[in-house]
Design a protein around this ligand. Structure first.
Ligand SMILES: [Zn+2]
Length: 864
């Protein structure tokens, strides 16, 4: 155990498996569930529900006399089978039912459980106005994935069981209830109304849902099926702006997946305080209401669009084709994430798709280098929710992309369509995808899955180039640096891939032409020689950039400059910009500065801006300034972020103007606030006074309330940079109070971590006390914010709060975060301080022990 905590050596990946991790499998099945019928009455003020759950089960064999249902902290009134009461045991987690009459194979039985639950911890969430947030809407919503449906109804709660489902629910007027499938009846009963929903297509328990609220209902349609957006009243316009492309997306995915949308309707319900971005419940997706855009946010926020297409893609990958076990969740999450790339390609252009893909790769790479490395498929974990990480989403998307590159456009879609058609309304494992590929195309992609899916990691390439003018030979040396020579450990292996290497030639006024050769890269270091008619202007490694990898280009400046200017592949241009940024110097800066003005693709310009900030020359500032006028908001944002890294009075002034004048984009304004904080907190002699900057940021906090609190969160981010300022700390603390709009409050809580590191001992103590109090709030997002803040602190005292959160939280994600942050804080402070902390704790225990002993002796003395 201590090994894990102190394992900080570089190149050695941390382990995914935390102490207590063990293998998980689906349980043995007593039979096939055919149908689940929930008959519910909600009491919203009491946060409770009364329920009757009826499960129709088709026994697999004769003679089963006992079976177990998942049910957490429910009050079980009775269990009947075919109308007859049965004996049962209940330990708060499972109901163990003893059957009077053992089963007969294929003779269906009806299990009926009468139950109730008050203030459920998970699964179903009651949202209501309170003294601090009097305008909060009244809502009830559910979240089943991964193993939380058992908190609101008894069930065989694992994704291998697929059945039809039905929910009948009684709620107070004027609220409405939305659920899976079609609405088959409504009934008025005095102050109450009953909604009756039926889903006739099979699905697993984790996709059963219920959303109750006083919603506005915005109606759209796709091929005669209703497509509905439910939002809080007054946000109708935002709903259209945010979800209005849904019918086109349904059409697009129906075509791509070769299977028309399978359910009678598609609803998206935006709910308050949702604990995920979105959840793809069958035919009824729930989304966080934070995804609703206003017109200004819609300018440069693509996150909502990606969320909408992601959850929709799950209606095929996840809902229609269900994963048999969480260990294979990458099959659905990878494709849902890949659908975002597909949609970006379709709706915008190929470059957008490619850049999206690069960002997915980076998200995975940062988890791999900073958090842990793991195989994408694994049964070993503490809680299934831990698997929902950058490996199964972003790396999963990258794997689908590599399959596409390997098969080519036509065969890839044929394989995907075969997979969906052959497995519709069934459950699958990773191997079923391999089989579908083989069935549809004849290709066996086991080599790719073995390297990228069943084991962790990716290749780290170093590519060097030289030209021999006498014999017209290009020499390219490729090194796989992830594998260290002479070392044999589980994450020290070589990849075996066929990689295209291109040589670029340019003609004035024309697109560069590439002469491409494909080579097999499978050793630690290989040199390839290519005879060419003349010296190329640039080299393009992994033409198309399809492989998931890191790459370090060790070319000379002229080749990198030419690649940045002429490589037709936008991602290759970004790699060239990175290499130039690393090289530094005036030549590199000039090339980057030209690209910031001239490159046709916004993302290259944005990336170039970031690289300019890496070059430590006074000219970097001048090179960036024209970028502030870029017409694309995302480029301006990158320029602003870059200026925040150049800590001079000149860049402070440039950003200050932006903060004062405002920008067409919320995100640009927010990053300008962060930037001025960063510069003012660190610049040398000619820096602006702290008071001035604090005043400016405080004005932003007072005046710029608005959409999702993006701008004000930027101001808090700016304040958090003043690590030694008590005044800044006091402002931040003010915004952690209840009643502050939630997004801003969460940002402020998180900021307490950053600002703590330079504060006086007394102030660190105040911060700790405050976080300790906040840790008692049950809301998931508050707990995550507290954990994040504590993880930034550099005091052993943070460990105790993290530990008690890890022990007490009902949420597996919070638990995992807290455990990881404990390791981080221990690393921040070093083993010595940790030992001091342990010793202090031991001393404290000794002291307590001594006191107890003394009291015991006193008592004994008295009793004698
Ligand atoms: Zn997903």
């Amino acid at each position: 155990m201590s090994n894990y905590y102190f394992d900080t050596e570089k190149n050695q990946h941390k382990t995914f498996e935390l102490p207590g991790a063990k293998p998980h499998y689906n349980p043995d099945r007593p039979g096939q569930v055919k149908h689940i019928f929930l008959d519910l009455t909600l009491d919203i003020p009491k946060q409770s529900l009364q329920g009757n759950c009826q499960i129709t089960l088709n026994p697999i064999r004769n003679g089963i006399h006992r079976f177990n249902l998942n049910a957490v902290n429910l009050d079980i009134a009775s269990v009947k089978v075919d109308g007859v009461e049965q004996k049962f045991d209940y330990d708060g987690e499972e109901i163990s039912v003893k059957l009077d009459t053992p089963t007969q194979a294929n003779q269906q039985i009806k299990i009926a459980i009468a139950y109730s639950v008050e203030k459920p911890q998970r699964g179903i969430y009651f949202i209501q106005p309170n003294e601090h947030y009097p305008h909060k809407p009244t809502q009830v919503w559910t979240q089943g994935e991964d193993e939380d449906s058992r908190f609101w109804f008894p069930c065989f709660d694992y994704p291998g069981q697929l059945s039809t489902s039905e929910i009948r629910v009684r709620i107070p007027k004027p609220l409405m209830a939305v659920s899976n499938g079609e609405l088959i009846a409504t009934e008025s009963a005095g102050e109450h109304k009953i909604y009756h929903w039926l889903q006739q297509q099979v699905h697993p328990t984790y996709l059963m849902t219920l959303a109750v609220g006083d919603f506005a209902e915005i109606k759209d349609e796709w091929q005669g099926k209703s497509v509905t957006y439910y939002v809080e009243k007054g946000r109708e316009e935002q709903a259209r702006l945010s979800m209005g492309k849904t019918p086109q997306m349904i059409e697009f995915l129906s075509q791509k997946y070769g299977y028309p949308y399978a359910y009678p309707k598609y609803a998206q319900v935006c709910v308050d305080d949702f604990i995920f971005g979105g959840m793809e419940n069958t035919s009824t997706t729930l989304l966080t209401d934070r995804c609703l855009l206003d017109a200004k946010a819609a300018l440069d926020n693509r996150n909502t669009e990606r969320l909408v297409v992601h959850e929709l893609a799950h209606q095929w990958f996840g809902d229609l084709v269900v994963i048999k076990h969480w260990s294979h969740a990458w099959v659905k999450e990878g494709m849902a994430t890949y659908s975002e790339i597909m949609w970006a390609e379709q709706e915008y252009d190929v470059d957008e798709g490619k850049y999206y893909h690069l960002q997915d790769a980076r998200a995975y790479l940062s988890e791999d280098s900073g958090r842990y490395r793991r195989p994408m498929v694994t049964h070993v974990y503490r809680e299934a929710i831990e698997l929902y990480d950058r490996h199964i989403y972003e790396k999963g998307a990258c794997v689908y992309h590599m399959i596409r590159a390997e098969l080519g456009e036509e065969l890839f879609w044929r394989a995907i369509q075969t997979f969906v058609q052959d497995n519709a309304h069934r459950s699958v494992e990773t191997v079923d995808l391999l089989r579908a590929i083989e069935t549809a195309t004849g290709r066996n992609l086991s080599f790719l899955f073995d390297q990228y899916v069943y084991r962790g990691g990716h290749p780290d390439f170093k590519v060097a180039y030289s030209w021999d003018g006498d014999s017209n030979l290009a020499k390219v040396t490729v090194t796989q640096t992830q594998a260290q020579a002479g070392k044999t450990s589980s994450d020290n292996y070589l990849f075996d891939l066929k990689i295209p290497i291109g040589f670029g030639y340019t003609q004035p006024g024309e697109t560069a032409q590439l002469t491409t050769f494909t080579v097999r890269v499978h050793e630690r270091e290989q040199s390839f020689y290519f005879p060419l008619p003349e010296k190329p202007q640039f080299i393009s490694f992994d033409v198309g950039n399809h492989y998931l990898k890191t790459v370090s280009l060790e070319y000379a400046v002229p080749e990198l400059k030419a690649q940045l200017a002429f490589d037709p592949d936008s991602i290759s241009r970004i790699y060239a910009a990175e290499a130039l940024g690393k090289k530094g110097g005036l030549e590199a800066l000039k090339a980057l500065s030209t690209a910031l003005k001239d490159d046709s693709f916004w993302a290259v310009r944005a990336e170039v801006a970031q690289q300019i900030a890496e070059i430590k020359l006074d000219q970097a500032f001048d090179a960036l300034i024209p970028g502030l006028k870029d017409t694309d908001h995302r480029v301006r944002r990158a320029v602003v972020q870059a200026l925040g890294k150049i800590k001079t009075n000149a860049s402070y002034k440039a950003l200050k103007e932006l903060v004062k004048q405002g920008d067409a984009s919320y995100y640009v304004e927010a990053d300008a606030c962060r930037g001025i904080g960063a510069i003012a907190a660190f610049t040398g002699t000619d820096k602006p006074t702290e008071e001035k900057v604090l005043k400016l940021l405080t004005t932003v906090l007072e005046k710029k309330a608005g959409w999702n609190e993006v701008v004000r969160s930027g101001a808090i981010g700016g304040l958090a940079k003043f690590k030694t300022s008590e005044a800044a700390l006091n402002v931040i603390l003010e915004y952690t109070k209840l009643g502050v709009p939630q997004p801003l409050r969460l940002t402020s809580i998180r900021a307490l971590g950053n600002i703590s590191v330079g504060q006086t001992a007394a102030n660190v103590e105040r911060i700790l006390e405050h976080l300790k109090k906040l840790a008692n709030e049950n809301f998931f997002l508050t707990q995550v914010a507290v954990v994040t803040a504590l993880g930034e602190m550099e005091t052993p005292k943070a460990l105790g709060i993290l530990q008690s959160l890890a022990n007490q939280t009902p949420d597996g994600r919070v638990r995992r975060h807290a455990d990881e942050k404990i390791a981080k804080v221990q690393k921040n402070i070093g083993p010595e301080k940790t030992m001091v902390q342990l010793r202090e704790e031991l001393d404290e225990l000794k002291q307590q022990n001594q006191e107890l002993k003394s009291r015991l002796e006193n008592l004994e003395a008295k009793s004698k």
